[in-house]
Design a binder for this molecule. Structure first.
Ligand code: MLT
Length: 410
């Protein structure tokens, strides 16, 4: 008899953004005349930069030519892309990462989930709370979570580290020492960051306790302030304990094209149950070689194209566009009396919900009364209750209109 992975029955509800999409579709069906403005899922709206399009067109043409046709590419990604990443994203920031420590993939979401394949299922997992739901759900799927407690809204074996206005969104060390911890900075969903000093505390803690840090840096390009680390490897010793996930989705508008990368330094050691050291990079290489056939050639050529002076200029124009939206949201909401966080080094604005509504009630109110879609804080974890997330990824016109509607909401 065929049986299932019963861990999947332990998942709560649907994936957050699927639930929201369903609610919005239902509303649309009942109210076809309403103009809905979506500031929910962090999906980009600016078109792909011209340098990327040009590179992809050229790559497609190469595929139609006997001399330049390419079949399977290297599972780890083409060297031409990995070399540019090592130079632009690391060497130019004074960090030495070698191209063979970089693994190109089709998304940071997939990598954040897939990495669990090579880690023991009895590791104790810590997440910040609220958190990008993928870290939690994928650990539930692989059996690291324990049972769900309806009263607390938490899984029994997961360590939740609150990041709220009360602690200035700075995670504190938990009472119990985990084996692996997910850190995402600039943070999704709160839009806040950690200073170098704060991040160093986590690197030192991980080194002392042999913990793996899974550092999600998908929003790095939005950093505008000094003293916010652009990569965890700016911190001494981080290569011994941290994996870094990066993505072209928000950086260069690749949500529909799909390209990302993960860095696993050669120094990073993990252990067998008997305490024998193993290089994590060799396990990931083995995993990718078996389960992944790489990102398509034209997409990798497109990603490569952002690593030129002109490419950097073009993608940064889009980033400035989104960050101007963030300013519009932040200032507009502040004028309307809301307390807001984030939006300075990240495309997310995290607002405190007034008047005692739950975050799902506020979601419904916004959808029904002013036809604006956001994301309820509790969808990111129990400590997200009482908060709400808006993204800066809409068009400028829609962003202005959405904020006007919210300002005028009764
Ligand atoms: C979000 O809205 O949190 C992100 O867009 C989701 C993702 O990147 O997968």
């Amino acid at each position: 008899m065929i049986t299932i992975n019963e861990n999947f029955l332990n998942l709560q509800n649907n994936y957050l953004f699927s639930t929201i999409a369903k609610k919005v579709d239902d509303f649309k069906l009942k109210n076809p005349e309403k103009k809905i403005i979506k500031l929910g899922i962090g999906d980009v709206t600016r078109p792909i930069a011209p340098v990327v399009l040009e590179a992809m067109h050229k790559a497609i043409d190469e595929q139609g030519n006997l001399e330049t046709f390419r079949g399977y590419g290297p599972e780890q990604g083409y060297e031409f892309l990995r070399e540019k990443i090592a130079e632009f994203d690391y060497a130019r920031r004074g960090v030495k990462i070698s191209p063979d420590e970089i693994f190109v993939s089709d998304g940071a979401k997939c990598d954040c989930g897939n990495i669990g394949d090579i880690l023991g299922t009895d590791n104790v997992v810590a997440i910040t709370d609220p958190v990008y739901p993928v870290y939690l759900d994928t650990n539930v799927m692989s059996g690291r979570s324990g049972n769900y407690n309806n009263k607390t809204g938490k899984y029994e074996k997961i360590i939740y580290i609150p990041v709220t206005a009360e602690n200035n969104f700075i995670p504190e060390f938990p009472k119990e020492i985990p084996d692996m911890i997910y850190l995402c900075f600039p943070n999704n969903p709160t839009g806040t960051t950690l200073s170098k000093e704060e991040l160093k505390k986590w690197v030192d803690y991980a080194r002392k306790n042999k913990i793996l840090i899974l550092f999600d840096s998908a929003y790095e390009i939005f950093i505008s302030e000094e003293n916010v680390p652009h990569t965890i490897y700016e911190i001494d010793g981080a290569k011994e304990v941290a994996i870094e996930f990066r993505s072209f989705s928000k950086t260069a508008g690749f949500t529909g094209l799909r390209c990302a990368y993960t860095v696993i330094p050669k120094e990073l050691k993990v252990y067998t149950k008997q305490g024998k050291e193993v290089n994590l990079i060799s396990l990931w290489d083995r995993r990718q070689g078996t389960k992944f056939n790489g990102v398509s050639y034209p997409v990798q050529r497109g990603a490569e194209a952002i690593y030129s002076e002109e490419g950097q200029k073009q993608i940064k124009e889009n980033i400035l566009y989104y960050m101007n939206n963030a300013k519009i949201i932040k200032e507009g909401l502040q004028e309307a009396g809301y307390t807001v966080y984030g939006g300075k080094n990240a495309p997310y604005i995290w607002l405190k919900i007034p008047s005692g509504l739950t975050s799902w009630e506020f979601f419904d109110k916004l959808l029904n009364e002013v036809n604006v879609v956001g994301t309820p804080g509790v969808g990111f974890g129990p400590s997200g209750e009482g908060y709400f997330r808006l993204t800066a990824f809409g068009t400028k016109e829609n962003t202005i209109e959405a904020i006007e509607r919210i300002k005028n909401m009764k």
